[in-house]
Design a binder for this molecule. Structure first.
Ligand code: ADP
Ligand code: MG
Length: 261
């Protein structure tokens, strides 16, 4: 039986084949949504934000989502990462539905599979860079287990801090860092527990364009070298274009804009 490809898959194949300078992407779908709808209620009114979003993100793909402010980009990212639930439709990880699982299972999947990066970093001001990066590991383990493995975790944190270029800032507090350094620290924190998918919401939105390009370059190298799947939301189309694929959210629906960098 010939394999029947959905429109989404056919577009992805074309995107993968037109990329010349980078290795071929895996054909396996990593994270996807089916007929995703999200509406908010305001009194008797139902305000639609997502109106049937279908997206497939491949393993190791770097996908960017652009769209005007208020178009639902953050909402989509939150639903894909189990920070929020869809009103209608499904979210699938490796082909299995994950949005309808019991809350505790959803929390476990979110913590294990997804790393999040936000526009305003959300670092804890009282902690230094190394301590901030260690927080996901502290939260994940019991006090005793964390204490026993503290040297291993410290090494793990230092390793990722080296990858993001912050080895010289381990003991600095967030207030002593530049915007770009704070975002590097936030990326290290998102990656320290080795997630499969990085979800980044306007990660360059608070940075000047040069620093924004540096952060984008860092994410691209993490994607290429670690095979990390990345979904990035941004309103900067110039940056978005350097991902494998760029889609636009417009009035709650997705349009494919480009398939190749
Ligand atoms: P974007 O990230 O593209 O700027 P958002 O996903 O933040 O857009 O928001 C999309 C729309 O949904 C906006 O009109 C916003 O006001 C509305 N919205 C977002 N979150 C809520 C909420 N919790 N309650 C009601 N409306 C919301
Ligand atoms: Mg937003």
């Amino acid at each position: 039986m010939p394999e029947v490809l959905s429109l989404n898959e056919a577009m992805l194949n074309e995107a993968a084949m037109t990329r010349s300078s980078r290795p071929m992407l895996s054909t396996a779908t990593h994270l996807s949504t089916v007929a995703l709808e999200k509406f908010y209620r305001k009194g008797p009114l139902k305000i639609p934000v997502l109106r049937g979003v279908e997206i497939s993100v491949r393993k190791g793909e770097f996908l960017s989502i652009v769209g005007q402010s208020g178009s639902g980009k953050s909402t989509l990212l939150h639903v894909m990462g189990l920070l929020d639930s869809p009103s209608v439709g499904e979210v699938l990880l490796d082909g299995d539905r994950i949005d309808d699982l019991p809350q505790q299972t959803r929390d476990e999947i979110r913590n294990r599979v997804f790393g999040f990066v936000f526009q305003f970093y959300h670092l804890l001001p009282e902690l230094n860079v190394l301590e901030n990066v260690l927080t996901p590991l502290m939260i994940r383990h019991s006090f005793l287990s964390y204490w026993r493995r503290r040297n291993e975790f410290r090494e793990q944190a230092c390793e990722i801090l080296e990858k993001v270029g912050l080895t010289h800032r381990l003991k600095h507090k967030p207030s002593e860092l530049s915007g770009g350094e704070m975002q590097r620290a936030a990326i290290a924190r998102a990656l320290v527990a080795k997630p499969e998918v990085l979800l980044a919401d306007e990660p360059t939105g608070n940075l000047d364009s040069g620093t924004g390009q540096e952060i984008m370059g860092l994410m691209r190298s993490l994607n290429e070298e670690e095979g990390l799947t990345i979904v990035m939301v941004t309103h900067d189309e110039q940056l978005a274009r350097t991902a494998h694929r760029m889609v636009r959210l417009n009035e709650g629906r997705l349009e494919i804009l480009s398939g190749a960098a």
